[in-house]
Design a protein around this ligand. Structure first.
Ligand code: SF4
Length: 202
């Protein structure tokens, strides 16, 4: 019988590494398209650019079945509570890519009605610049997220999400205490964060 080298039959690895390998190659996107960036996103999904090459073609419009939120377009203050609810409902672990200047900073809409960056209300993992970002840039953003996932530890992700859920509990308590709408509550939280010199409400 031929001799067998144990190294040919057994592969050793870390649990983190093998789990992250699975996670980064099976991302399920949830597009949150509110404006023109969503049109670029459509071409990224189509055959010329083809996001399925990155294992991320299983598009879902249900937060419960998605783990990669892609924010595509201007987000108003009125939409902020909706965005937070969608993020809260997504399966864990979950990641967020902010695509285009509107989502990342409010873009040219420096107005009271526009959220000056979605990272004020939810955690963002990757930012893609541009107005609009080209499909190639969007794909590059997905690749950057894959690199980030590769380096994560399993516990790191839990701490990251915990801060968000704490802020959600604060939001509910404040809303009940003051009898505000969810939009008014987030506005109060944003103003309070600005007074403290903090950029985010979580
Ligand atoms: S970044 Fe430009 S293309 Fe994207 S939503 Fe804003 S205005 Fe439209």
């Amino acid at each position: 019988m031929a001799e067998m080298n144990i190294n040919d039959a057994v592969l050793t690895t870390r649990l983190d590494a093998v789990v992250n390998w699975g996670r980064k190659n099976s991302l399920w996107p949830l597009p949150f398209g509110t404006a023109c960036c969503a049109i670029e996103f459509m071409s990224m999904q189509a055959s010329k650019y083809d996001m399925s090459r990155f294992g991320a073609e299983a598009m879902r419009f249900s937060p419960r079945q998605s783990d990669m939120l892609m924010i595509l377009g201007t987000v108003t203050n009125k939409l902020a509570p909706v965005l937070r609810t969608i993020y809260a409902q997504m399966a864990e672990p979950k990641w967020v890519i902010s695509l285009g200047v509107c989502a990342s900073s409010g873009g040219m809409y420096r107005t009271y009605a526009t959220l000056q960056g979605v990272d004020r209300v939810i955690p963002v993992d990757v930012y893609v610049p541009g107005c609009p970002p080209r499909p190639e840039s969007m794909l590059y953003g997905v690749m950057k997220l894959q690199e980030k996932i590769e380096k994560e530890s399993l516990s790191m992700r839990k701490d990251h999400i915990a801060r968000f859920y704490e802020s959600l509990a604060r939001q509910d308590a404040l809303q009940a205490e003051k009898g505000l709408t969810s939009q008014q509550t987030i506005r109060e939280m944003l103003m309070d964060a600005a007074d403290r010199g903090a950029g985010t409400i979580f």
